[in-house]
Design a protein around this ligand. Sequence first.
Ligand code: GLV
Length: 307
Amino acid sequence: MPLVVTTFDLPAAATELLAEVAALAGPEGWRDALPEADGLLCLLTDPIDAELLDRAPHIRIVANAAVGFNNIDVTACHERGIVVTNTPDVLTEATADLTWALILCTVRRVPQAERSLRAGEFRGWGMWDYLGGDVQAATFGIFGMGRIGRAVARRAAPFGMHVQYTTRSPANVPYEQVEWETLLTTSDVLSLHAPLTPETHHLLDRAALRRMKPGSYLINTARGPLIDEAALVDTLRDGPLAGAGLDVYEREPEITPGLLELSNVVVLPHIGSATLATRNAMAMLATRNAHAVLLGGRPLTPVLSEG
Ligand code: GLV
């Protein structure tokens, strides 16, 4: 019977499905089981590189329980005939919801106000206290009009925002497509929804951050390295940014020194897809991918190439 190694705890339904076709090892000591493994279920926090693959000569599928797959050396997998899969679609709506939670919290400074009340600083309603920016009628820039970008854009309509975007592949959407420079310099809220690739690494470097619209907000629920985090700290201190909402970081779980001392940043611990139903669906989709490949079939959601 084939062996599937998992780096994380699986829901009971996933274990039952796998039991039809494979024995299961892990998450405890999963690395030790690699030499015998036929399939691997892994997370975005597990780097899957050539060295690891060389220790797993029988692996036929690497099933990532995440939509992003920058943790996997896809070329090294494909060179070895290994199928790579991710979990698109099932996390789109939850991630879009969380993005909006972060946008509203960041622009209206909700966590800061809550912290202030808990600290005993609320002295009653104050005309000029706890002021934030406006979301309604603002220009909303979306970098990456894929599944999550679209779901985030859809949620902007009730706020009467003007939505503009740049994207890699043609997108048939009722929003204004603009050049990157326009997106960067005219968006009141700029939200990132692109995968991490060599092209998007430090998309927001120091120079780009400096060109952002004065008083604007930067939101990142995609991948941390899209932003030069040290430069972001400076930009949040000195302008032009009014604030940032971050769910992801350049070197998770490390946070760049200085970031947490700033009062105009809202920080979440990478929880974009963190609803119980969504995480179950991600685990099940990864499992179904492994199940299909081990039975000699086609994976449901293959990763075809880098990016
Ligand atoms: C989460 O960050 C994912 O890529 O699924």
